[in-house]
Design a protein around this ligand. Structure first.
Ligand code: 6PG
Length: 230
């Protein structure tokens, strides 16, 4: 299988191996950024797939004092809601690795998508280009909170308000395609049979949102690889 625009494609035996391998890769990229610029600015992915990877990452030797944490997207839910992407990150990484609170730049998604996107875009200005962006992919080929056919895909701003998202909640904030693509390193974590169809469509050239991320490292587990050869 070939994914257009991908810089690299690695298939891992199972979700545990995917999590461990990507955690090691992230730690290496963080060290590389710190060595080059004294700081690493990373945007975390939401959803469920990265959780195990974050748990593994929290146990690796990283100089977290020099890491600034951003989020690829956030769901417009109240602060502390367990379904927020930052809540998953706090449980699986930020609290475990004792990352300084001042280094965590949460999206104020509780303000509503328009205000939160404007606030986040302003705060991002000092951080761009990001060093690392972690991304998941939905079964429809969305990534971050950029969904097929959604107007947010056209935004030229650093962060964008998202409405009518088909994956609840409907209102979200996302880094724009421009911001995601400008990052020095982009890593996809994709696992499970449910992602086979979207990957097959991307391999066949469908311009799904995840396919519009250029020069990314794609890390899949075996289950996510489409059954039929492409
Ligand atoms: C979210 C994420 C979303 C996620 C994909 C994959 O809010 O859920 O931003 O883009 O990364 O939907 O989710 P899973 O990893 O749970 O399959």
């Amino acid at each position: 299988m070939i994914l257009p625009h991908a810089a690299q494609l690695t298939v891992h035996r199972d979700p545990a191996e995917l999590a461990a391998a990507v955690a090691r890769r992230i730690a290496a990229l963080i060290a590389q950024a710190i060595a080059a610029r004294g700081v690493c600015r990373i945007a975390l992915a939401g959803g469920g797939t990265p959780r195990r990877c974050y748990e593994q990452l929290s146990g690796l030797p990283v100089d977290w004092s020099r890491v600034q944490i951003y989020f690829g997207d956030e769901r417009c839910l109240p602060v502390g809601d367990a379904e927020r992407n930052d809540a998953m990150a706090r449980r699986s990484l930020l609290q475990r690795a004792e990352i300084p609170a001042a280094n965590v730049h949460a999206v104020a998604a509780e303000l509503g998508a328009v205000r939160a996107a404007a606030d986040y875009a302003a705060r991002l200005q000092e951080a761009l280009p990001l060093d690392i962006v972690l991304l998941g992919m939905g079964e429809d080929g969305h990534t971050a909170s950029l969904f097929p056919g959604n107007p947010a895909l056209q935004s030229e701003d650093a962060a964008v308000a998202v409405f009518d998202a088909p994956k609840p909640p409907p209102e979200r904030v996302s880094l724009s395609l421009a911001t995601l693509n400008a990052a020095r390193h982009k890593l996809f974590l994709v696992a499970g049979k449910g992602k086979q169809d979207a990957l097959a469509r991307i391999a066949q050239g469908a311009p799904l949102p995840a396919a519009q991320i250029t020069a990314a490292e794609w890390h899949l587990d075996q289950d996510a690889v489409p059954a039929k050869p492409i």
